[in-house]
Design a protein around this ligand. Structure first.
Ligand code: CP
Ligand code: NVA
Length: 302
């Protein structure tokens, strides 16, 4: 595997499959009470500029279960907030830590850190991508459906970081991906262009949620205003109204379709209460799987 995961393009299909296989094994062993502690004596830094419940705590718990130590670093409390260059920070942290998870606004910040650090740098969400999320999401698809190939995977809502990482995963794994986003909030054209140029599978983007969800095996959604976009919420909600994943929209998908949401969810906005809490929802397993896939990632990279 490459040193870093700053985007899913850092992984090959074989890397994805290896991580899924190992995460399932680690999950099973964890359930059986068998400890796996290959990272004794190692430390993982977590630099976060944005809020997090799942990503932070699942990475920290993953590191502890593997025998290592997580160190949470609020970005504003470091000298980065007083303009110490990223490259200097990267070289210093590489002397202390064995790996770094970053949650930032700018994707360039993570890339700059990864380029200057000698330790692995893992993207725990930027404005552009959420790679580890989609790894745990596809792990959940594998568990629930037995495979990710040949399925129709729909994504309804904002063409955001989560959508972008789904597009990259789709291109690498050859998924059959159908996105429905309001035209103004379509995925980034450069992300789509690269996926279409370098990837396989089929990726379609429409503004019609019913077309995207028709006969889907998996239906995904995410918030309409991401972290940092709170000021745009009012204006966005008007445009996104018909993109709610509710029982009516789910009626277009296959009967046994599963519903996914990376959480936090806003009931009555991008997803109805009934669907989120209903029998097709796999959101709690999806959240749990973040910890298992993070263990596989840390074991592989550290
Ligand atoms: N899904 C996810 O990344 O959740 P957090 O923002 O709580 O980390
Ligand atoms: N798109 C959301 C994902 C949160 C996990 C955000 O960036 O806020």
């Amino acid at each position: 595997m490459k040193k870093d995961i700053v985007t899913l393009w850092d992984l090959t299909k074989a890397d994805f499959d290896g991580l899924f296989e190992r995460a399932l094994e680690l999950k099973k062993r964890h359930r059986q009470g068998i400890p796996d502690t290959p990272l004794v004596g190692k430390s993982l830094g977590l630099i976060f500029e944005k809020a997090s419940t799942r990503t932070r705590i699942s990475f920290e718990t993953a590191m502890i279960q593997l025998g290592g130590n997580p160190i949470f670093i609020s970005a504003k409390d470091t000298q980065l907030s007083r303009d110490e260059p990223v490259a200097d920070t990267a070289r210093v942290l590489s002397r202390y830590l064995n790996g770094l998870v970053m949650r930032t606004y700018s994707q360039e910040f993570i890339e700059e850190m990864a380029n200057a650090a000698s330790i692995p740098v893992i993207n725990g969400l930027s404005n552009l991508y959420h790679p580890c999320q989609i790894l745990s999401d596809i792990l959940t698809v594998l568990e629930k459906k037995g495979t990710y190939s040949g399925l129709k995977i729909a994504y309804v809502g904002d063409g955001n970081n989560v959508a972008h990482s789904w597009i990259e995963a789709g291109a690498i794994l050859g998924l059959h991906l159908a996105l429905a986003c309001p035209q103004r909030y379509s995925p980034d054209q450069a992300v789509l262009d690269r996926a279409l140029k370098d990837g396989c599978g089929t990726i379609t983007v429409t503004s019609d949620p019913e077309a995207a969800v028709a006969d889907a095996d998996v239906v995904n959604t995410d918030v309409w205003a991401s972290m940092g976009q709170e000021g745009e919420a009012g204006e966005r909600f008007k445009v996104f109204e018909k993109y709610q994943v509710n029982s009516m929209l789910m009626g277009k998908a296959k009967k046994d379709a599963i519903v996914m949401h990376c959480l936090p969810a806003h009931r009555g906005e991008e997803i109805s209460e009934e669907v989120l809490e209903g029998p097709q929802s796999v959101v709690w397993d999806q959240a749990e799987n973040k910890m298992h896939i993070h263990k596989a990632i840390l074991e592989a990279l550290l």
